[in-house]
Design a protein around this ligand. Sequence first.
Ligand code: KIV
Ligand code: ZN
Length: 390
Amino acid sequence: MGDPSVIRVFDTTLRDGEQSPGATMTTEEKLQVAEQLVRLNVDIIEAGFPAASPGDLAAVKAIAQRVRGHDVAVAGLARANTEDIDAAWEAVREADQPVIHVFLATSDIHLKYKLRITPEEALEQVKTMVTYARNLCPRVEFSAEDATRSDWDYLCRVFELAIKAGATTINVPDTVGYVMPHEYEMLFRYLRERVPGMDEVVLSAHCHDDLGLATANTLAAIRGGARQVEVTINGIGERAGNTAMEEVVMALRTRPDVFQADTRINAREFVAASQLVSRLTGIPVQPNKAIVGQNAFAHEAGIHQDGVLKNRLTYEIMTPQSVGWDDTRLVLGKHSGRHGLDARLRQLGYRLNAEQLKKAYARFIALADEKKYVTDDDLIYIVESSLETP
Ligand code: KIV
Ligand code: ZN
């Protein structure tokens, strides 16, 4: 449905992301994140799970009101029962583009041990609850929880019913981060081929990172025909987390030859979004995190620094500015070369001749052998004292 080259971004930082241990945010904090998501230009903000608590309902409502006037939908999550759906509707009804997101598990494991219902009873519940939600709200997303461990033909029956009952988006969650990329791509192709009406709805991917495959799986789903990706900032979320928005968006943008698809995301807001979410949730961003980690555009090795100074394309596949960093960071340590030292010294206002640089470099390497990082203050000391001594 719609232009297949435009991938919708459904951000769930405020719902699945907030389910990370310790990530709970106040309503005021959630509003700050929602405003940043608007600056990023996401298509849908999943603002919370309104039936979880009166506080959650109030926060979703406040977000729905706050982002009015922007081109963004607001979704509230609901289990497949009338109480949850009523709470979700109450929370999102004032949004310009409200969405009720209904989910029900479809794997044998969940049906048997968690829900304790039969597959036929689940089908009936999907039909009645999606119909109920659709009578309230023009946009209803249906998710088959644990879809990737469900029987594929049963999943087809579930989705066919959900579409007939009025679902406008069909989501295929890899709830426990179990699927492999090639399987997930095949599942999307299978569903598109077999489920009547699938072309009329938006097909969505939702991945968890238990095996470190969330981004790879989401990209595989796009190759299989997904037109919406469910993601969080920094990949925060249940257990090992969800797919990181910044990784998927930049993969699409860096490799148009593979995907021929893009999002509407304003990637220059990624670093600000990452740092805001990290500060508010108290979850640090690992230094080597793709795109938004402190080291994502840092080069320490002499060969790399030399290459980047000659032409950034040697070791950078996107510019730091394109995702919101000021610039490339040349980290000075024992692997750095003379070119890297010279470049940093020039930034600090020193232009040394060959002899002076040779001397300063020898002292720098001696210090770098003892310290993890050589700071700007260390460099200034080295240069000033080398210039003084004959
Ligand atoms: O991982 C999951 O299955 C979910 C659903 C509620 C969409 O988060
Ligand atoms: Zn999830």
